[in-house]
Design a protein around this ligand. Structure first.
Ligand SMILES: [Zn+2]
Length: 77
């Protein structure tokens, strides 16, 4: 019986953690801009390089715009 309880507890914990990470990633994720079927940067509308999408499938910005945005965000703090 103890094993069953522990397994249930672990399952609940696992579910809680996956919900939390889902919420966290939701904050980071913005709707991608798609032009002519290509993923494009939401800021400058340039096509996002394939290598970047391969490394970061959730990217909605090109590297340049991402860096500009990160610098702006740092500046606000
Ligand atoms: Zn851009």
């Amino acid at each position: 019986m103890d094993d069953v309880d522990r397994a249930k507890e672990r399952e609940l914990e696992h579910r809680r953690l996956s919900v939390e990470s889902e919420l966290a990633s939701h904050v980071e994720t913005e709707a991608p801009l798609i032009i002519n079927g290509e993923r494009c940067c939401v800021d400058c509308r340039e096509q996002i390089p394939m290598e970047r999408l391969a490394a970061r499938p959730n990217s909605v910005r090109c590297i340049e715009c991402k860096e500009i945005r990160e610098q702006k965000q740092k500046g606000y703090r």
